[in-house]
Design a protein. Structure first.
Length: 247
């Protein structure tokens, strides 16, 4: 009977003490806890080092991103520091009748192709009809009536490329003015040569053959001799009007 009472009283008290100890975290002095070092395996296993990359395997190179395409409209223009001059205000070109100082006769008709024969005394001044650059000069007369080659029929001749973009051509000259060479710049009314009878004008009344065409090579005689009928422009220039065949 006493033994049963002992267990009924003592055991619950012991359990309470044990539970209180656990909740406080205190370690009973009598607990045999092995030192920390004893709990770890000794020696420590080596930490696996990083696996070296194979030297034969190249490092993956970064794929370059495509550079953004620059759009001309998206790129802001740098601020302009110099004023841009207006480009659409060309000076009005002036024109001059191509023969000076002589009585001249010419008509609207020309044989075979557009051009004008301006009949005038030998030695009349042949003038640049407008400003431009000398394109072609022939100072020798190699025309032979036996062959009558079309490229030789002009005799002495001068052509300029006007600032209006057209080619102006005068042939059958007796003389080319000094200093008139390809590349030389001339102004309207500047002396290019003297009229004459060279080329196949040898047996005709003296005249200046005057042709207007687009720019061409000197040997392109079919174009250089004339493409645009000059008559109405010659009339205008004689009246003092600067009417352009380029319009
Ligand atoms: Zn002619």
């Amino acid at each position: 009977m006493m033994r049963i009472r002992y267990f009924l009283v003592v055991l619950p008290v012991a359990l309470l003490i044990a539970l209180a100890g656990c909740s406080s975290g205190a370690v009973p002095a009598s607990a045999e806890i092995p030192p920390l070092s004893a709990t770890l395996p000794s020696p420590l296993p080596p930490i696996p080092s990083a696996v070296p990359l194979s030297p034969t395997r190249p490092l993956p190179t970064a794929i370059p991103l495509p550079s953004p395409t620059l759009s001309p409209t998206s790129t802001p223009l740098p601020p302009s520091t110099t004023p841009v001059p207006a480009t659409s205000t060309p000076e009005a070109l002036t024109y001059a009748f191509p023969v000076r100082g002589a009585r001249v006769e010419y008509g609207a008709y020309h044989h075979d192709y557009p051009a004008t024969d301006i009949f005038c005394p030998i030695g009349s001044a042949f003038l640049a009809p407008t400003s431009g650059v000398v394109d072609y000069v022939s100072r020798i007369d190699i025309w032979d009536p036996a062959t009558n080659l079309p490229q030789d029929r002009s005799g002495l001749a001068v052509a300029i490329i006007g600032d209006d973009g057209l080619r102006y051509y005068g042939s059958h000259l007796s003389e080319v003015a000094e200093g008139i060479e390809p590349g030389v710049r001339v102004i309207a009314g500047q002396l290019l040569g003297l009229t004459g009878k060279s080329g196949n004008a040898r047996s005709t009344p003296p005249h200046l053959h005057f042709g207007i065409s687009h720019p061409t090579t000197p040997d392109d005689w079919a174009v250089r001799r004339g493409e645009i009928p000059p008559f109405e422009y010659l009339k205008a220039w004689q009246r003092g009007e600067s009417r352009s065949p380029a319009q």
